[in-house]
Design a protein around this ligand. Structure first.
Ligand SMILES: [Zn+2]
Length: 97
């Protein structure tokens, strides 16, 4: 049985990276798909870190996600039920189906 593993965001790593950046916007999108300003993203990530979390899910389909260790891995369903895929370069979901 094949398993798939979703990508996750390392919170501390993302904060460090965003703090070194001088871009206006982060690579994160809000729930409406709009880019989150870099400084707001840093605050949000610090808030998550303060909750004791280490990683954040990049997929809404990640069932059983663990905020310490990330995606638990999922059995791949080979037939019609298509899996979400993520563009590694942008971190964006390529399909909702
Ligand atoms: Zn997952």
């Amino acid at each position: 049985m094949k398993t798939i593993t979703h990508f996750c965001v390392d919170i501390e790593g993302a904060i460090n990276r965003l703090q070194r950046s001088n871009k206006k916007y982060s690579e994160f999108d809000d729930e409406n798909g709009n880019p989150v300003p870099r400084k707001a993203a840093i605050l949000n990530l610090k808030y998550e870190l303060n909750k004791g979390r280490k990683v954040l899910p990049m997929s809404k389909n990640c069932v059983g996600f663990d905020y310490q260790t990330g995606c638990p891995g999922h059995e791949r369903i080979e037939d019609a039920q298509a899996q979400e895929s993520i563009d590694i370069r942008t971190g964006k979901r390529m399909s909702e189906e």
